[in-house]
Design a protein around this ligand. Structure first.
Ligand code: NAP
Length: 493
């Protein structure tokens, strides 16, 4: 049984080699639950990014021509290796990111799930034959890998966000240069450890840690990179999209959200409370699909608030490695400062805290699970992502009013609602301007379904049968000059 330390690599992975930054510079990585230094990673920049892109581009010449079966086998082996080492990888993830071990295990499982899914999809990239409008021609459509993919990922799901980019990219026949978030590079580098072990050729997967602007600048401007896939905040997504415009790259963006969670009068309140806890407090509220705004219909408002507040007060906060703990620290102090600011602003604008509201006694970046009632739209948190364990509860009277309010945001990633009325269920799900709608459930992410937002929450979908399409180019082949009359027709006359 391997330990988490065996997966902790303090180097870039470029062209099959573990390499330092050319400058020799490093940055320290800290465990947010203890404040201890875990290790360092290279502080790389333009030169290392360029080297990785060149390696990926050279490798694409051969990798792009491998059979789907060959790629499928390797991707499946990578997923199997992750599952075989799930406990060690989960512990590494928890130590660098802070999420409870059970959640980290779940993340490794879904990461492997994405890879397994795309190992299958690799063999299902079918083309078309189009009925020709012209005699003597055949119209074919084939699909080809786009080429080198630049992948930039966030710290909140450092393993699975990368797996859901590696999966479709590798399955399609693309090669990848990835830049992980600076808080959580080790879970990303662990993919390279496994990829090397299962036999991926050098240059297929490259991971470069360091300066975001330099690495991102090179990835978005290099003519050798054909596509940028990014998961992170909306402002950075917009910037990358602009930067990628000069070389007209394909762009896939999984960006921020402002998820509403509606509880209608006819909802099953116990079930809504259970779903609300899952949709708000998973990963200490640091997921893009975490509920940012609870809207509860007036008839059940007090009942919901009472039950929900009791459930939140019972959440166990502590070391994420300890059994039974459901909330660890936030990723860093900056994250806590933002949550503190938003809570202070909510209080100043009429919000009342019924549970929590402060930094936790455990210190560091721990924050109390918090409930704010009497929330209103003058509060910053009604428009900004809280990204922390704070639930703000608003009330509403009528369904159409609630729909109008929750759609009145530039974001459109996930929305949740609880109702037992079938007519309302269909009506509301159709009217919500969101890429993901969860009805009577608090967690819906799976590799089997498309994950993606609309409006400023992103472009494209990850996972499912749709996820590979963004990594493929269509090619139309017109095969002309064909004689449609059989030679024997003329001969018979
Ligand atoms: P972020 O600040 O946008 O950073 C994400 C990644 O982009 C990091 O690796 C970051 O590196 C890098 N980056 C920042 N500026 C860059 C630049 N100029 N060029 C190239 N790369 C750059 O987001 P985050 O705080 O890590 O993650 C939280 C956000 O991600 C939230 O908004 C959340 O909703 C969103 N998210 C969305 C999804 C989804 O599927 N829709 C999933 C998870 C998270 P540095 O930190 O080194 O700058």
């Amino acid at each position: 049984m391997r330990t988490w330390k065996e997966f902790l690599r303090e180097a870039n992975y470029i062209d099959g080699q573990w390499v330092a930054a050319r400058s020799g510079e490093t940055v320290a990585i800290t465990n947010p639950s203890t404040g201890e230094k875990l290790g360092t990673v290279p502080h790389s920049g333009t030169a290392e990014a360029r080297q990785a892109i060149e390696a990926a581009s050279k490798c694409f010449e051969s990798w792009g021509k491998t059979t789907a079966q060959e790629r499928s086998k390797l991707i499946r082996a990578l997923a199997d290796a992750a599952l075989a080492n799930r406990d060690a990888l989960a512990e590494l993830l928890t130590r660098e990111q802070g999420k409870p071990l059970a959640e980290a295990r779940g993340e490794i499982t879904i990461a492997a799930g994405y890879l397994h899914w795309f190992a299958e999809e690799a063999t299902r990239v079918y083309g078309d034959i189009i009925p020709s409008p012209w005699p003597g021609r055949r119209l074919l459509v084939t699909k080809e890998p786009v080429g080198v993919v630049g992948a930039i990922t966030p710290w909140n799901f450092p393993s699975s966000m990368l797996a859901r980019k590696f999966g479709p990219a590798l399955a399609a026949g693309c090669t990848v240069v990835a830049k992980p978030a600076p808080q959580t590079p080790y879970s990303a580098l662990a993919w390279a450890v496994l990829a090397e072990e299962v036999g991926f050729p050098a240059g297929v997967i490259n991971i470069v840690t360091g300066d975001a602007q330099q690495i991102g600048g090179e990835l978005t401007s290099s003519p050798l990179v054909s596509k940028i896939t990014f998961t992170g905040s909306t402002p950075v997504g917009k910037l990358l999209m602009k930067q990628a415009a000069d070389t007209v790259k394909k762009v896939s963006l999984e960006l921020g959200g402002n998820a509403p969670f509606l509880v209608f009068d006819d909802a099953d309140i116990d079930s809504a409370v259970e779903g609300a806890i899952a949709a708000k407090f998973r990963n200490a509220g640091q997921t893009c699909v975490c509920t940012n705004r609870f809207y509860v219909q007036a008839g059940v408002y007090d009942h919901f608030v009472e039950k929900f507040s009791a459930a939140v007060a019972a959440l166990k906060v502590g070391s994420p490695l300890e059994a039974g703990v459901v909330q660890g620290p936030l990723v860093d102090d900056r994250a806590v400062q933002k949550v503190e600011e938003l809570v202070a602003d909510a209080k100043a604008n009429g919000g009342n805290v019924t549970v929590g509201g402060y930094r936790h006694d455990l210190g560091l970046s721990y924050f109390q699970p918090t409930v704010i009632v009497d929330a209103n739209h003058s509060m910053r948190m009604s428009k900004e992502e809280i990204f922390g364990p704070v639930a703000a509860i608003y009330s509403f009277e009528r369904e159409d009013e609630a729909i109008r309010i929750v759609n009145d945001t530039p974001f459109g990633l996930a929305a949740y609602f609880y109702s037992q009325d079938l007519g309302r269920v269909m009506r509301v799900s159709e009217r919500l301007k969101y890429g993901i709608v969860a009805i009577n459930e608090g967690i819906v992410t799976t590799e089997f379904a498309p994950f993606g937002g609309v409006k400023e929450s992103g472009i494209g979908s990850e996972g499912s049968k749709y996820g590979i399409q963004d990594y493929l180019n269509l090619k139309y082949i017109c095969l002309g000059g064909l004689s449609d009359a059989p030679a024997s027709v003329g001969a018979a006359r």
